[in-house]
Design a protein around this ligand. Structure first.
Ligand SMILES: Nc1ncnc2c1ncn2[C@@H]1O[C@H](COP(=O)(O)OP(=O)(O)OP(=O)(O)O)[C@@H](O)[C@H]1O
Length: 201
C-alpha cells in the first residue's frame, strides 16, 4: 500500500498558489504529520490525498489503497444515531454480530475517552466529542488509509494527550495514517513531518 505524490501543487481559481512541488511516498506503519501555517493548504492536501480533489499540478497515485477514511475538522455523523451505534456500524459491516460489535464499540469509545456519552445521540455531542467519535468509528473500520484533520483543535491538553496516544495505536502495517495539525503535542508524536508551505508567488 502506498500513496505516492509527485510534484503536487494546488491553486484555487482566482487565488494565489498554495503549496507547490510536493513529492512523497506514504506507507503503512508510519504516522505522517502535515504541518504548516494556517491557510497553507493542509486540508486541501488531505482532500487531494482522499481522491476528492484534483491537484492543479502533479500526480497522486494510490497503490493498493481502496478505502480511505477522512476525519474532518467538522465531524459528520447521523444526527439521531447514538455514539455507540455509529462506532458499531463499521464493525457490523465487517461481518461481526451485534453481540460482538457492541462490546468492541464500547471499548473503542472508552479508549477515546467517550464511555460517558456512548448512549448520546450524535447531534447532542460537543464538537470535540463528535470528532473523537469519528476517530473511534474510523478505528473500527477497515480503511487502508486514514486522513485526520486537526483532531485536537477543540480539546483541552489532557484529552489531546489521550488522542495522541490513540492515534499512535491506530498506526499499523495495515493502514496509512496522515494527520494535519498545528498542535506541537501531536507533531511530536509523528514519525515523519511533511511541511506544507505557501508556494513562492
Ligand atoms: N473549495 C475552495 N475554494 C476556494 N478556496 C478554498 C477552497 N478550500 C480552501 N480554500 C482556500 O485555500 C486556502 C487553504 O485552505 P486549507 O483549509 O487547505 O488550509 P489549512 O492549511 O488546512 O488551514 P488551517 O490550518 O487554518 O485549517 C485558504 O485560503 C482557503 O480559504
Amino acid at each position: 500500500m502506498r500513496l505516492v505524490a509527485e510534484g503536487l501543487g494546488h491553486r484555487f481559481p482566482g487565488q494565489p498558489p498554495l503549496f507547490a512541488d510536493l513529492s512523497f511516498d506514504l506507507r503503512p506503519g508510519v504516522l505522517y504529520g502535515l504541518v504548516g501555517p494556517s491557510g497553507s493548504g493542509k486540508s486541501t492536501l488531505l482532500s487531494i490525498l482522499s481522491g476528492g480533489l484534483r491537484p492543479s499540478n502533479g500526480n497522486i497515485e494510490a497503490i493498493g489503497v481502496d478505502r480511505i477514511g477522512w476525519i474532518m475538522q467538522n465531524p459528520v455523523g447521523a444526527p439521531r444515531r447514538t455514539a455507540i451505534d455509529q462506532v458499531a456500524v463499521p464493525l457490523l459491516a465487517r461481518g461481526l454480530l451485534r453481540r460482538e460489535a457492541e462490546p468492541q464499540a464500547r471499548d473503542l469509545l472508552d479508549r477515546f475517552g467517550l464511555a460517558h456519552v456512548a448512549a448520546r445521540e450524535f447531534r447532542r455531542l460537543s464538537g470535540g466529542e463528535a470528532q473523537r467519535m469519528c476517530l473511534a468509528r474510523a478505528a473500527a473500520s477497515d480503511y487502508d488509509a486514514i486522513l485526520i484533520d486537526e483532531p485536537t483543535a477543540q480539546l483541552d491538553r489532557d484529552t489531546a494527550h489521550t488522542i495522541g496516544d490513540v492515534i499512535r495505536e491506530m498506526v499499523s502495517e495495515e493502514r496509512i495514517v496522515v494527520l494535519a495539525t498545528h498542535d506541537e503535542l501531536l507533531r511530536n508524536r509523528c514519525d515523519q513531518i511533511l511541511q506544507v508551505d505557501p508556494a513562492a508567488p
